[in-house]
Design a protein around this ligand. Structure first.
Ligand SMILES: Nc1ncnc2c1ncn2[C@@H]1O[C@H](COP(=O)(O)OP(=O)(O)OP(=O)(O)O)[C@@H](O)[C@H]1O
Ligand SMILES: [Mg+2]
Length: 253
């Protein structure tokens, strides 16, 4: 289960974030970057944030703690900015919180020395597996903190789930956008990454990550939705993994 906290104060907006995430203080005295359920990207972005963030963690990649943040209806009421007031007030209920890493620096693709080829390859592999369109040079969504590179912002992953219809049928669709991945030029160890990660991320780990999504972000039949996510991800994990060949082809192109 994800830890659950209650929001006590809306501290500041993160204006650079497209979904207008905010820094929120909670009743455990922690600060969290909160992705609001009423944001334009919808609750499916929160679903992707949890599933992909927890798959990454399960694979041993650094991801800040993800918590469920209960937003009380009155949290946004004193907020003078009408856009934020509406967003926070409309998000009463469970939202997605990511532990705020104080003093973290945005990853700078011009100074990539902090990432070795194996780690870079593992991050590319994860993003290819989960169809994450949001790790580009313009918007790397990687933070450098305490001598490690941390993965954030997985809300745009699993983008096929926005189309509706049969998700599993789309499990083998190509993902050409992997060519824009910020770490692709450093990902010289994709075969090694594939051997390790495909062995670690078995059906049990996939199901465990999907199980962390709260019912209220899913549809009328949450159990059926969860089964669909598990089936989709497991179909992608089955050898031969086309997404690995696709990433390797884009790297050498
Ligand atoms: N856990 C965190 N600790 C410290 N800073 C963070 C954290 N999460 C996000 N940030 C900062 O806030 C910015 C916006 O967050 P994030 O990328 O998650 O939001 P977003 O709305 O999904 O953004 P976009 O869609 O524009 O990429 C990040 O680029 C980063 O600078
Ligand atoms: Mg971002």
């Amino acid at each position: 289960m994800l830890r659950k906290v209650c929001a006590t104060r809306y501290a500041a907006p993160l204006r650079e974030g497209g979904s207008l995430p905010g820094i929120v203080e909670a009743d455990d005295d922690g600060l969290y970057v909160v992705k609001f359920r009423a944001a334009g990207q919808g609750r499916k972005a929160l679903v992707a944030e949890v599933i992909v963030g927890e798959l990454a963690r399960s694979a041993g990649l650094p991801v800040p703690e993800i918590v469920l943040v209960e937003v009380p209806p009155e949290l946004g009421r004193t907020e003078p900015d009408p856009e934020i007031n509406e967003l926070v007030t409309g998000s009463a209920g469970l939202n997605c919180g990511i532990d705020f890493l104080p003093g973290a620096l945005d990853y700078n693709p011009a100074r990539p020395a902090e990432i070795d080829p194996v780690r870079a390859s593992e991050i590319v592999w994860l993003d290819a597996f989960t169809s994450n369109v949001d790790r580009t040079p313009r918007n790397p969504n990687l933070l450098v903190w305490h001598h490690a590179t941390w993965l954030i912002d997985h809300g745009a992953a699993l983008y096929q789930h926005h189309a509706g219809g049969d998700l599993v049928a789309r499990a083998h669709e190509p993902f050409p956008l992997i060519a824009d991945h910020v770490l692709l030029p450093l990902a010289a160890e994709l075969a090694r990454a594939d051997a390790r990660l495909a062995a670690v991320l078995d059906r049990g780990r996939v199901a465990a990550a999907v199980a962390l999504v709260p019912d209220e972000w899913l549809g009328a039949d949450p159990a059926a939705d969860r089964e669909e996510y598990v089936a989709y991800l497991c179909a992608r994990l089955q050898a031969p993994r086309g997404f690995v060949a696709e990433a390797e082809a884009a790297r050498v192109a």
